[in-house]
Design a protein around this ligand. Sequence first.
Ligand SMILES: NC(=O)c1ccc[n+]([C@@H]2O[C@H](COP(=O)([O-])OP(=O)(O)OC[C@H]3O[C@@H](n4cnc5c(N)ncnc54)[C@H](OP(=O)(O)O)[C@@H]3O)[C@@H](O)[C@H]2O)c1
Length: 259
Amino acid sequence: MGELSGRIAVVSGASAGIGLAIARELHVRGARLVINARRGDRLESLAESMGGDRVAVVPGDASSQTTVEAMLDAARERFEREADLIIVNAGRGLAGSVTSSDVAHWDEMIRTNLVGAALLMRRAAARMRERGPDPEEGDSWLRSPRDIVVIGSNVGRHISPFSSMYGSTKFAVNSLAEALRRELAPHAIRVTLIAPGVVRSEFQEIAGYDPVGFGGFMERIGPVLDPEDVAGLVAFVVSRPAHVHVNDVVIRPTRQEYP
Ligand SMILES: NC(=O)c1ccc[n+]([C@@H]2O[C@H](COP(=O)([O-])OP(=O)(O)OC[C@H]3O[C@@H](n4cnc5c(N)ncnc54)[C@H](OP(=O)(O)O)[C@@H]3O)[C@@H](O)[C@H]2O)c1
């Protein structure tokens, strides 16, 4: 039995990169999983590689209320209990500043990174509060850790003029995570912000970073993080005893001095 064998997790953006690595890590440690992303074929292959029995697949756009509700419903229907470990991860980057980034991607980025993340935080919080143990009602909660883990960003904390439109969505998400932590702490629900620096994934290409310029930066500060480095941190945080909460962590490649 793994240390997370009692847990039911939902991971948005699990078809690639950090979300995929987190899904694998949680699964290896025994959690039951609901995985989401738009590319359903990739999710099916991932579920198959995990043996399928502890995994439910919910393809769809994580910025839509219908998909968010479907992810949470899938946990209840498949595993007969409300999810207690939510990974708010789906997102995308965008190269450039307010003056130089491609306006055509603003809407999708803001919807995914901010609106989708906020919807998942909101609905997960509501369901955890409705159905979980509540210390304010005198319920015992120490055997039932509950987590909402938000993948924000280092550029949601330190301003990077090179990706400032993207950074603005992460500043918003970082602040929502801390605000939700304050709101839910009395109810013994841990809301954790993980703010990664540079992680090598599909992110750089989708964001449109210049492979030469940004590639050179990654080489200079490298080796940069792998998605598995972030996944290991998430697993550590959520497997602390229920009364211990690691609130907020920046994880950077060792040689990344900026941003
Ligand atoms: N890589 C970095 O350097 C870095 C640093 C700090 C923070 N982050 C954050 O980490 C998170 C994951 O990024 P990553 O590096 O793993 O990037 P990635 O390799 O591009 O993976 C992004 C994941 O999000 C999913 N996704 C994107 N838009 C979605 C939507 N509308 N609905 C559902 N799923 C969606 C993608 O799947 P589909 O395309 O199949 O939908 C994919 O599974 C993001 O929130 C990102 O902002 C990344």
